[in-house]
Write a protein that binds this ligand. Structure first.
Ligand code: NAG
Ligand code: NAG
Ligand code: NAG
Length: 396
């Protein structure tokens, strides 16, 4: 039994690898566009895996652009690229939106002044607006010439977006994930730069926060709990289980505290978006886990009269951490909205751990009942140097 837990521990690096964010594809270099020769510059935009190709002609203050992004609904979705003189927001955007309309992918202009989109003239002159859908990689591309107000070309707010659906010619609401919210940047057509104003780095920070917490609270704590509950029934696993359990939970705590710190920092930086539930659970989790860490130092001797109360304290806090930790990993996944594969990977992992726990629970009961029948002690081997063992049911 101890060896199967060891195997789980050995799997951890693979799990870490699985949870690491995929390296950004360098879409700029691989994309094949129509007239691709005309674009002097290509920017991998910091969100939604979008790219902007462009050439700027200073003598008439105009740009030729190609915007590329993959709509979540494939050919039935929409993509949008916009300049916004009013700021890096959706409202005020002078947008080009492409979608399949009456059998052909077309680009329309939208002066986005409310959340109800309605085709309308925009503040910039545009020409040669076309669009297409590349079924090979699922991207929709907007091509256009655009006249930029003289003097502003080095300091533009660009926002972009993708949506899953178009109903009766009206692009429908997009998702509100972190990537959707971060789809904005400063654009300098003159120097060919795009500055994300913290958008890109904040996504990276959120990914780090997510990985640290998923690994510690979401994976290591449950594994440590499984070790404590099931491995110690086996005399041969004593006192190895205790060291494994203590090691697993203290390292989980250390990683978890780092993850918690990044979360608090993200919370203080996130203006306008409050994830109160996630935050409060995170604070409670940190508090409970900190009290739990003291359990290690406050552990009375096995036959001490307070040991019974210590067991209640240690076990109830342990289960609370387990539930809060897993719950908050799911809340975090819903906020971060990474690719579905991360959520699926976590669900599979936690189900496997749950399955292992169920099997071990059965095995434990069989062992305990057998021992009862044969009059052997049924008490679990509780740590190191237990002294004499008394007849007592399995303490859980
Ligand atoms: C830039 O625009 C001017 C005026 O329309 C034109 O004469 C010139 O050829 C353009 N330059 C490039 C590189 O297209
Ligand atoms: C500016 O120059 C470009 C490139 O030569 C040309 O395609 C575009 O039509 C011109 N725009 C205006 C507004 O004159
Ligand atoms: C866009 O809408 C706003 C608000 O309705 C309006 O003030 C502005 O003039 C419009 N811009 C254009 C180019 O129509």
């Amino acid at each position: 039994m101890a060896s199967s837990s060891l195997q789980l521990l050995r799997l951890l690096p693979a799990v870490l690898l699985l949870l690491a964010p995929a390296a950004d594809s360098l879409a700029c270099t691989s994309q094949k566009l129509k007239n691709s020769g005309v674009y002097a510059t290509c920017l991998d935009l910091p969100a939604l895996a979008a790219t902007l190709h462009f050439s700027y002609n200073a003598s008439n203050s105009s740009a030729t652009i190609a915007f590329v992004a993959a709509p979540p609904g494939g050919q039935d979705g929409w993509v949008s690229w916009a300049l916004n003189p009013a700021g890096a927001t959706m409202l005020g955007s002078q947008a080009l939106i492409a979608f399949l309309d009456a059998g052909a992918v077309t680009v329309k202009t939208y002066n986005v002044s409310t959340y109800e989109l309605k085709e309308s003239p925009i503040a910039f002159e545009t020409w040669d607006r076309t669009a297409d859908f590349n079924s090979a990689d699922g991207t929709m591309r907007i091509y256009a010439g655009i006249k930029v107000p003289v003097g502003n070309a080095a300091n533009l707010n660009q926002v972009w977006q993708v949506g899953p659906k178009v109903t009766d010619g009206v692009p429908q609401k997009h998702a509100m994930g972190t990537d959707n919210m971060n789809a904005k940047a400063m654009l300098n057509l003159v120097s060919g730069e795009s500055k994300s104003g913290g958008g890109g780095s904040s996504t990276k920070k959120k990914n780090i926060h997510g990985i640290l917490n998923a690994v510690s609270w979401g994976i290591m704590f449950p594994i440590g709990a499984i070790i404590a509950r099931y491995v110690r029934v086996f005399p041969s696993a004593d006192p190895v289980w205790f060291y494994l359990h203590a090691f697993c939970q203290t390292s989980a705590y250390a990683i978890g505290v780092a993850g918690w710190g990044t979360g608090m920092k993200l919370g203080s930086e996130s203006k306008g978006f409050q994830y109160t539930g996630h935050r409060n659970i995170g604070i409670a989790l940190f508090a409970v886990a900190t009290v739990q860490i003291f359990a290690l130092f406050l552990r009375p001797k096995k036959d001490h009269k307070y040991r019974f109360y210590w067991n209640i304290y240690h076990h109830s806090l342990g289960y609370a951490i387990l539930v809060l930790g897993i719950l908050n990993v799911f809340k975090g996944l819903n906020i971060l909205q990474p690719d579905n594969k991360w959520k699926s990977a976590y669900i599979i992992l936690i189900s496997v751990l749950g399955g292992v726990a169920v099997v071990l629970e059965l095995v434990t009961w069989i062992v305990v009942l057998k021992r009862k029948k044969s009059g052997e002690p049924t008490k679990p081997y509780d740590g190191y140097n237990n002294g004499q063992r008394r007849q007592q049911p399995l303490a859980i």
